[in-house]
Ligand binder design. Sequence first.
Ligand code: HEM
Length: 407
Amino acid sequence: MTADAIPDFPFDRPTALEPPPKLAELRGQCPVAHVRLPSGDVATLVTRYDDARAVMADPRFSRNLAREGAARLSTTEDGGLFNRPKDGTADINEGPGHMRWRRLLSRWFTARKMEVWRPRVQSMADDLLDAMLAKGSPGNLSAALALPLPVRVICALVGAPSEDQDKFAHWSRTMLTLTRNTQEEVDQAYREFNAYVSDLVDRNRADPGDDLLSELTQISDAEDGRLSQEELITTVRGLLLAGHETTSNMIAIMVAMLLSDRERFEAVIDDPGLIPGTVEEVLRLDSTLSAIGGVPRFITEDVELGEVTVPAGTTLIPNIPSANRDPAKFPDPDRFDPRRQNSSQHLTFGAGPHYCLGQPLARLELQVVLSTLTQRLPGLRLRDSADDLRLRTGGMSGGLQDVWVMW
Ligand code: HEM
């Protein structure tokens, strides 16, 4: 680490789709570096693939930043989503309690189970696209498809009414603030989201269907009650948030990334066999989804990362977009190559004990959208130039502002 002035983080970037040049500079020269967060606190940014992977995969490192000495991320008094006390749910966040929680949920997210969802996701995508086409070109792809599709899917899977999508979107965005919301707004979003989910739990308990929440309520009511009411509420709130926010953003990013260099889109039209590889390259090359680039970890003992000893009490940020462009892992890393052999080894879904539970579903949704757009709208293009695309700022989750398309 250098003694130079500590740079402000997140870093500036030339255009929305290009990563900040500072990431490549640090990866080459100072792969474990101090940065200053919007809260004013200092954290340590980890930019190489092997180091970032090691940080995410190490079960000793805690995601709970509600601890003495952990860096606060956001400008709100609570320091943001990761710094808020875990009120009665710390047990499902780490260690054996977390493993039990994952076992309960993971059977809903196996690749096999997800294949059963493919036709449903396809028909939802077709309905949404029909509605966009009926309104005529140009269309706002973000509002017409990217946001509502993952919301409908996660609502059907969890057992929530998708008409409430505007509410989830509002609560999620407020909870994920970095700089744009006040503490009062954040607290209100938590209160409303919790009350909403609590009511949903009661309704599914009284009248169970074949959805995930109904199953979880039955398990939590069993004699050895495995999830408390608080844990159940946190789980459902987390799934509604994780299930739509990231995937919605990634669908819009995928469309922007492929249409800003149309050869990528045309390659899939010519050879639909490239769909999985194209989706993996989009996931690998994205740098906009998360403002800070990963979920931070707090370390309670000294750790060796490369040549550097990082002291206990440090908040580490494994930066996924930087790791995904590490030339030591992905040769010629900035090149978009749907035939790249190891692209699916990107860290966009994390690694280790917290590896994204929803990744088979997210991959499925991205593949269905790409296949549907290339088949039904081969002439699709961006309305504006790629340089006019704008990032959403002020939150931990980034993504693009509305992406408009023509056909
Ligand atoms: C493109 C879309 C998505 C991306 C990029 C993404 C990314 C991630 C990442 C990086 C993590 C690991 C966080 C960490 O290491 O602390 C994670 C965890 C998680 N994701 Fe996703 N995710 C996506 C979609 C989804 C979907 C659709 C769902 C739900 C249906 C979901 C549910 C979860 C859950 C529950 C965890 C926590 C797992 C645990 O702590 O054991 N994600 N996701």
